[in-house]
Design a protein around this ligand. Structure first.
Ligand SMILES: C[S@@+](CC[C@H](N)C(=O)[O-])C[C@H]1O[C@@H](n2cnc3c(N)ncnc32)[C@H](O)[C@@H]1O
Length: 421
């Protein structure tokens, strides 16, 4: 295969893989993936890479597709990886769940659990904190697209390598050792079950009864390989599957990039970030903004504003901009100016953005919105220190200005700079 053909082949393959499971294969992975395919060609009777892709994209190639996906997924994991998140689970989340629950049933989903270390860590953390007895029923479901991983998870047997993040007392208490292999004890194992599951497409199937009324979803270090649009769709699905007061835990470098959709509220606890379902989703945001409309607004104006808000929330910026120009060209409504400014950032028109910021400051010199917008612009310009200061200023002016917390969370996570509470 010449270079051109090879590149064309890789492009076709990456498109298929992304569509199938969300994983975005970068150019850096070209060599790794081609080497996997070449090994598969020798194991099957398939003669060329082109034929291979035709095969795995065909129904008849479903079994080979599974093997291919098993080979390309990155399965790195270990017990109690990012331990703070397990502290957050037992110190913050479970007490919150217990407080509101009448029915003492707990359902946790560990989505993209690899070989099960994360799923068992959840169960061990609950047991260690004496929380098993607080519920009548505990179900912890681990799922992964990789069938090798799920097979290993089901066995409950691990090598010492899986324990690089834990101390020996956990191993002694929760595992029995035999010839260098460690088996999880039954008391913990029976709380856990595993399934092969593709979070990109299987969530939309109706027969997934386990995906109902979930209290907590762990999805750590999985969406890191996905494109933004796919992440947003997955997070929207998580939102639907979680109970109204449910929680989401992502990996450290991942954040629900849902600014404007307002589906999850970041909470900082135990030196980590967790995300709480914001229920109802957009209404709260709408309500806050609508309440600020002048009281003499008539119904038509409220409808126009509602329409504008919907266009903005669904990211239909062009229509939103047209509507603003038509109905709000001289507005002094801070919320409409804020929306206009954020849309100007989206067009990378920073001059106009600062025009809106100045206008907001002229209406309210202590506007948290204006500082928030400044923070966004500085972030775009990669002036992180300035953006942090701007977000902090907006929080100072309005301690419940959650969007600034959210952006700060993203910055800290990116830089792995966790400030002590
Ligand atoms: C790096 S591991 C993370 C394991 C564990 N969550 C942790 O943080 O230690 C990523 C896992 O995501 C799984 N994965 C990738 N795409 C997936 C998809 N579309 N559906 C389900 N699992 C997926 C991979 O098979 C892999 O086991």
């Amino acid at each position: 295969m010449d270079i051109k053909q090879n590149n064309y082949f890789f492009l076709k393959l990456t498109q298929f893989v992304e569509n199938y499971c969300g994983i975005s294969l970068s150019d850096k992975e070209h060599k790794r993936v081609m080497s996997i395919i070449s090994k598969r060609l020798t194991k099957t009777n398939i003669v060329s890479a082109t034929e291979y892709i035709n095969h795995i994209t065909n129904v008849k190639g479903a079994d080979e597709l599974k093997i291919f996906i098993n080979n390309i997924t990155i399965s790195e994991t270990y017990f109690f990886r990012d331990n703070n998140q397990f502290n957050a689970l037992t110190n913050y989340i479970i007490p919150a769940v217990l407080k509101r629950k009448k029915e003492k049933k707990l359902k946790i989903w560990s989505a993209g659990c690899s070989s099960g270390e994360e799923t068992y860590s959840i169960a061990i953390a609950l047991h260690k904190a004496d929380l098993f007895d607080k519920f009548d029923e505990i179900k912890i479901i681990g799922s992964d697209i990789n069938s090798y991983n799920i097979e290993k998870a089901n066995s409950g047997i691990f090598s010492k390598h899986s324990f690089r993040g834990v101390n020996d007392t956990i191993i002694e208490k929760y595992f029995s050792e035999n010839s260098g292999k460690y088996s999880i004890i039954d008391q913990v194992k029976k709380k856990v079950e595993f399934k092969i599951f593709n979070i990109k497409i299987d969530q939309n199937k109706n027969n997934n009864t386990f995906l109902k009324n979930i209290d907590i979803i762990f999805c750590r270090n999985v969406i890191i390989y996905f494109d933004k649009t796919i992440i947003n769709n997955i997070l929207k699905n998580f939102y639907k599957l979680l109970v109204p007061e449910g929680f989401l835990i992502l990996g450290h470098s991942e954040t629900p990039d849902i600014l404007g959709e307002n589906l999850f509220i970041p909470i900082k606890t135990d030196n980590t970030f967790i995300y709480k379902v914001n229920y109802p989703p957009d209404n709260q945001q709408k309500k806050n903004i609508i309440q600020l409309l002048p009281s003499d607004n008539n119904k038509k104006q409220t409808d126009i504003f509602d329409n504008l808000l919907n266009l903005y929330l669904t990211k239909d910026y062009l229509k939103a901009k047209n509507l603003i120009e038509k109905y709000y060209s001289n507005t002094s409504n801070i919320n409409i100016l804020t929306i206009s400014a954020i849309m100007a950032i989206n067009r990378e028109d920073f001059k106009q953005t600062f025009g809106f910021v100045d206008k907001i400051f002229s209406i309210n010199e202590f506007s948290p919105e204006a500082y928030f917008i400044k923070g966004l612009v500085y972030e775009e310009k990669k002036k992180t220190n300035k953006s942090v200061k701007a977000y902090e200023a907006s929080i100072f002016l309005n301690p419940s200005f959650f969007m600034s917390y959210f952006r700060l969370a993203q910055i800290y996570q990116k830089e792995r700079k966790y400030k002590k509470e």
